[in-house]
Design a protein around this ligand. Sequence first.
Ligand code: NAD
Length: 395
Amino acid sequence: MSPVTQLLIPRERHPGETRVAATPETVNRLSSRGLRFLVEPGAGAAAGFSDGAYSQVGATLLHDDQAAWPEVDGVLCVQPPPPERIAQLRPGAMVMGLLAPYGAETLAALLNERRLSALALELLPRISRAQTMDVLSSQANIAGYKAVLLAAAALDRYVPMLMTAAGTIQPARALILGAGVAGLQALATARRLGAVVVVSDVRPAAREQVESLGGRFLAPPEQVPAPAEQGGYAQQATEDFLAAQRRQLEEQLALADIVICTALVPGRPAPRLISEAMLDHLRPGSVVVDLAVAQGGNCAATEAGRTVLRNGVSLIGAEALPCSVAHHASALYARNLAALLEHLLDTPPEGGEPAAIPLNLEDPIVTGCLFTHGGSCRRDDVLGAGRPAPQEVAA
Ligand code: NAD
C-alpha cells in the first residue's frame, strides 16, 4: 500500500467513448479526503475538461502513462480498461467503472488473475441511500433527454404549438413507451418543448409520476392480466398481454409524431411493442427513437447505432446517447463515483486491515457491485447472464 492513496484517471480508449470518470470538481472534492489523482493527458478533453483544469486542482498529469499503472491503488474509469493495462495493475488494486459484467468471463478471469477488487457500477443496488451513486439513473436521464432532442431534430414539423401570422401550428404529439428513469426524463423534455405527451407503462405506480410531469398515462389493456411487478421493476409480460398492448398502441401510433421507446424488463429481451406491420400506422415524417435497441428493441426494424428510413418514418436506433452529452454525462458520472468513494472511506470494515480504499464486505452497497475481489468472482450470477434482476429498489 502506498502511503498516499493514488487513483489513476485514464484516457478512455473505447471507440466513441467521450466521457471521463473524474472531473476537476470531483478531483478537488476527493483530494480533501486524502486521495491523490494521476491523470492521463487528454483524459477529459472530449468532455471539455482540459489538462490544465486538472493540474489546477492538484492532480498530477502523467508523461509516461504506462509506467503509472503498476503504481496506483486504483483506477476510476468509464469503460473497462484495455486488458494489457489491467494486467499491469498491482494485486489488490481497485477498478471502478461501468465494467459490462454480464457474461464477462474473460474480464473476470483477468481481474481475478491480478487479484483486483473490481466494482461494476451496473450492479450497484438501486436503494434510496445509494441514489447519489446511481450511474444507471444519471446516464439514463441523459439518454431520455437526448432522445427527445434527436427526435425533434429529425421531425418534419415544429414541436410546440405556435400562433403565427400565417396561422396556428398544432403541437407535436409524443408517445413514450416505458416510464422508468429515461422515459420520465423524455416526458419532461418533450413537455418543455411543448409536445402533447402520452406515456405507456405496465406499472400502476407510474401513473402518478407521469401525470405529475404533465403527461397522459396510457394504462395497460384490461382484458389480459398485466405483468407483475417486483421491487419497482416490471416482470416479463405474457405473449397474450403483449398482443393486447400492441393492439392498444396501434391507435396511438396513428396519432404520434414522435415515439420514444424505453420499455425494459430486467434480465429479459426488451418487450416488442411495435411490430413491423404496426409501423404502417405511423405517418411519413414521424420519428421513432428506440433506446431499448441494445436489448433487442421495443420497435421492429430499428438498428443499433443507425437511422433507418422506412416509408418516410425515421427509425433511430439510439446507442450511447450519454456520450453525445459528454460534459454533463461526465460531471454526473464523476459525482456518482465520488459519492461511492466517500461512502467506502466513511464505512470501513470493523477491525479490518487498513486499506487504501476500504471495502466493507458486510455493506450491501459494496457486496452488490463488487464483481471480483481477492482472486474470485463475487457475482457469479451475472456471468453467462443477460441483465440480471435487480437486488432491491426503493419505493
Ligand atoms: P427499466 O429501464 O428497467 O425499465 C423502463 C420502464 O419500462 C419501467 O418503468 C418498466 O415498468 C417499463 N416497462 C416494462 N415493460 C413494459 C411494457 N410492456 N410496456 C410499457 N412499459 C414497460 O427501469 P428503470 O428506469 O431502471 O427504473 C425502474 C424502477 O426503478 C422505477 O420504478 C424507478 O423509479 C426505480 N428506480 C429507483 C431508484 C432508487 O430508488 N435508487 C433508482 C432508479 C430507479
